[in-house]
Ligand binder design. Structure first.
Ligand code: GLN
Length: 491
């Protein structure tokens, strides 16, 4: 088997037994990433120091040290997470020159476990989008078919992972940005419970919804990464004190005693036939493995998209106010600063620094928060959000894990939806409610479309119940036998 096709566990064994050095592993991935990136545009920045860092790890290994469970594992990091000394752009011209002086907690924990940042992945600007087409650094291509989008906003991480340019990748998910690209690229993507993973050092989009999580080839790789990045962080007061469960469980093949919920309201006509077939086959597999299937009602999920776009845009308008070209972000090229009015100065910096999708969200959010509209929009959205969370709480009294589609369709063609923002937003129908309710969710590869594009199914569990979600995922993964399928992309 090729080094780049190995799992975390397999690589760890090879590095620990000295069959492979950390340097060899990192070099192999780095060279592959460098050559395939010309085609995929999955990375905005490659870490030029990665190989030197691996050499340092090899020295530590030779000295008898054990730097940690991820020693020598090259990991691709979405360019929303701050990396000390490596440019962190959020996919925006606004931050195109920003080099953070510190690591985000997620990155710090990965490094502490011995991992190496191989590069920073492309994304929709400030993680706003579902196709990676809003990035200032250009669209990312889907490794399964270069004419198609990889999904978004963590499209670079998804494409890099599917093409095996890293052992594992990190994404962020505010309304589906880990799960939808994972589905489009045929990989595993996990959005943890809100509060499971620290947001410290992650560029803020919508703070009450944002969570970072793993994007990997297999469920057990996702478990390895999630365990390392999870847990309380004194730098993020919204992180939970709850113990991080052991997710690397003996791989369960049976689902006996498990109740799988199907959301009645998700049976919509907008569902593409291939996606419908894939979800159906996952349900049949679960039954075969002994699960009981239960129908549940979640009527408020029909409002998830409008609530999400109000809450997310409102929080974004506030979070992005800091980019004024003085304290943070792009500053326009002024001949003489003394001659310019302050307001014009801000307008020009922000007008040039932000792309049109980000500007649209800032305007929607500012409007929803303005006096006179605050109660009608922002407050109302918050109220319905609470009721939606309540409905999920009741649903999880009846079932252990919810199974549903991730997106209405498989990956679509580059350029197909970008001119119509509303169509783009409406396709977030199955992912946004998970974030609004703060629940853990994941996408698991389970089928292919007639055109050969991957399709994932979504699993959702109750708060801090990742364990149950992973148990179901392990069983379905074993029955699907899909993780061996690798896209055929060559330099
Ligand atoms: N597609 C959604 C949006 O554009 C989700 C993005 C995300 O999860 N970061 O807001």
């Amino acid at each position: 088997m090729k080094t780049t096709d190995l799992s975390i566990k397999e690589l760890r064994n090879k590095i620990q037994s000295r069959e492979l050095s950390a340097t060899q592993v990192v070099e192999t991935f780095f060279n592959r990433a460098q050559s395939l990136n010309k085609k995929l545009n999955a990375f905005i920045t490659l870490n030029e120091r990665a190989i030197d860092e691996a050499k340092h790890l090899d020295q530590r290994l030779a000295a008898g040290e054990n730097p940690g469970p991820l020693t020598g594992m090259p990991i691709a990091i979405k360019d929303m997470l701050c990396t000390q000394g490596i440019k962190t752009t959020a996919g925006s011209k606004m931050l195109s020159q920003f080099v953070p002086p510190y690591d985000s907690t997620v990155v710090a924990r990965l490094k502490k476990a011995g991992a190496i940042v191989i590069g920073k992945t492309n994304l929709d600007e400030f993680a706003m989008g579902s196709s990676n087409e809003t990035s200032y650094f250009g669209a990312v291509k889907n490794p399964w078919n270069l004419d198609y989008v990889p999904g978004g906003s963590s499209g670079g991480s998804a494409a890099a992972q599917a093409a095996r340019l890293a052992v594992a990748s990190i994404g962020t998910d505010t309304g589906g940005s880990i799960r939808q690209p994972a589905s489009f690229c045929g990989i595993v993507g996990v959005k943890p419970t809100y509060g499971r993973v620290s947001r410290y050092g992650i560029v803020a989009y919508a703070s009450s919804l944002d969570q970072a999580g793993p994007m990997t080839t297999t469920v057990s790789d996702a478990a390895e990464i999630l365990e390392i990045i999870s847990g309380h962080d004194q730098h993020d007061s919204t992180t939970s004190q709850k113990k991080v469960p052991n997710l690397i469980v003996p791989q369960e093949k049976s689902m006996k005693g498990f109740k799988i919920g199907l959301i009645k309201e998700y049976e919509t006509d907008s569902l593409n036939a291939d996606v419908r077939k894939t979800v159906h086959s996952a349900v049949e597999t679960a039954k075969m493995l002994g699960a009981e299937i239960i129908e549940i009602n979640l009527p408020l999920t029909q409002y998830a998209v409008p609530i999400y776009y109000l809450v997310a845009a409102s929080e974004a308008s506030s979070n992005l106010a800091r980019y004024d070209g003085v304290r943070f972000g792009h500053r326009s090229d002024f001949h003489s600063l003394a001659a310019i009015e302050l307001e014009k100065f801000y307008c020009r910096n922000r007008g040039e620094g932000f792309g049109s999708e980000v500007q649209r969200r800032i305007m929607i959010g500012t409007y929803a928060l303005s006096s006179g509209y605050y109660d009608a929009y922002y407050n109302k959205a918050g109220q319905v959000r609470r009721l939606l969370t309540e409905q999920f709480r009741n649903a999880f009294q009846k079932c252990d894990v919810i199974l549903s589609p991730v997106s209405t369709t498989p990956a679509f063609k580059i350029g197909e939806r970008i001119a119509d923002p509303l169509t783009m937003y409406l396709n977030d129908i199955f992912t946004t409610s998970t974030n609004l309710a703060g629940l853990p969710g994941m996408s698991l590869p389970f089928g292919f479309s007639t055109q050969g594009l991957p399709i994932g199914v979504q699993l959702t569990a109750d708060h801090f119940n990742e364990e149950k979600m992973f148990t179901v995922a392990y069983a379905l993964e074993a029955a699907a036998h899909l993780s061996e399928r690798i896209p055929n992309v060559n330099a």
